[in-house]
Design a protein around this ligand. Structure first.
Ligand code: UT7
Length: 333
């Protein structure tokens, strides 16, 4: 990329979802909904749900192990771990500490990154700069969320949307000119803070009997406001990033968007003038896994031959905050 960064590449991708599946038909028995409504309004057919003994760090570790195995390297070579999540194992210590210890990444530092559905794109941007600065040689970016732990299964407007899962990218110095990190455009519009949030449990509203009775430890969302913002800004920020690098939507071989709603992805592709065949959609099988969607979808793109060396790939997301993120990479392996 232009500027001071050295060449940086994504060198491996791992993804892991818990085996248990919750279908739309299952949800029909829990809340007042229909499988058809969910499919029509969101594109989702099923999602994976973690059993009680599985926490976010467990999924993060599985995804990280798969990425390291693909690269044929060990955790001891990893120098930094960024865990992107809104469902950390605890408020503190960070999930990155738990992952570092259990993975045996003896030489790594790291931290958790909270930017909701945009956090994996923010993590990728951060890792590109750590490696691009020349100070780090192997950085793990992990997107992992156990959304089922903060979803209210009495709220039909949110419980149908989310699932659990994790994915991990390994970021390293690039070795071939023209391949690797191209650029990013990330932003925050904090005026959207109240439309999608978990109201209680932090310093603003610590847990009390009342916060629990009022179900304030779950995701609360004004779906239409999020929908409108996501359609508008995911497209605009992606177009602006492409223009900044003298590229057009038709130059993009594959767009891997955050998977929140099939209709958001379709509208965004339409606005960008990008054929839907060039957009990875797998929301039907996983729902919205928050920080997990982009690495899980990227693993699928590789497994199905939709992403090959030299391809320009666009990652884009919108999340609570609002946060918006877009990254362009030229696939390097
Ligand atoms: O990654 C960021 C996270 N979140 C998102 O990106 C979500 C963005 N928003 C959305 O995806 C959509 O707004 C939803 C899928 C959440 C909702 O779809 P919508 O087309 O915006 O529906 P709506 O909120 O306008 O609701 C339409 C109707 C309402 O009934 P009335 O008031 O018209 O009688 C809802 O009560 O659909 C009802 N409804 C449901 N009906 C059956 C809401 N949820 C359900 C449901 N089953 N699960």
């Amino acid at each position: 990329m232009g500027g001071i960064l050295r060449n940086v590449k994504i060198s491996a991708v791992g993804a892991w979802v818990p085996p248990r599946v919750l279908t739309n038909q299952d949800l029909e028995k829990i809340v007042d909904t229909t499988s058809d409504w969910i499919l029509e309004r969101t594109g989702i057919q099923q999602r994976h749900i973690a059993d009680p003994e599985i926490a976010t760090s467990d999924m993060a570790i599985e995804a990280a192990k798969l990425a390291l195995a693909e690269r044929g390297t060990t955790a001891e070579d990893v120098e930094a771990i960024i865990v992107c999540t809104v469902t950390p194992d605890h408020m503190f210590p960070s999930t990155a500490c738990i992952v570092q210890n259990k993975l045996g990444a003896k030489h790594a530092w790291g931290f958790d990154l909270i930017a909701a559905c945009s956090s994996f794109v923010y993590g990728l941007t951060t890792a590109a700069h750590l490696v691009g600065a020349g100070t780090h040689k192997k950085v793990l970016v992990i997107g992992a969320d156990t959304m089922s732990r903060i979803i209210d299964y009495q709220d039909r407007a949110t419980c149908v949307l989310f699932g659990d899962g994790a994915g991990a990218f390994l970021i390293e110095p690039g070795d071939e000119d023209g391949l690797g990190f191209v650029g990013f455009k990330n932003e925050i519009d904090g005026s959207g803070c109240d439309v999608l949030k978990m109201p209680a449990g932090g310093s603003r509203m610590p847990p009390t009997h009342e916060t629990i009775d009022k179900r304030l430890h779950y995701v609360h969302q004004d779906g239409q406001q999020v929908f409108k913002f996501a359609v508008r800004r995911m497209g605009e920020v992606s177009a602006s990033l492409l223009a900044q690098h003298g590229l057009k939507p038709s130059d993009v071989k594959l767009m891997v968007p955050h998977q929140a709603n099939r209709r958001i992805i379709q509208a965004c592709a339409d606005r960008l003038g990008m054929p839907i065949e060039n957009v990875l959609i797998n929301i039907e099988r996983y729902g919205n896994t928050t920080a997990g969607t982009i690495p899980i979808a990227t693993r699928e793109a590789l497994d199905t031959g939709r992403l090959k060396k030299g391809d320009l790939v666009l990652f884009a997301a919108v999340g609570a905050g609002f946060t918006v993120g877009a990254n362009l990479w030229r696939w390097a392996y």
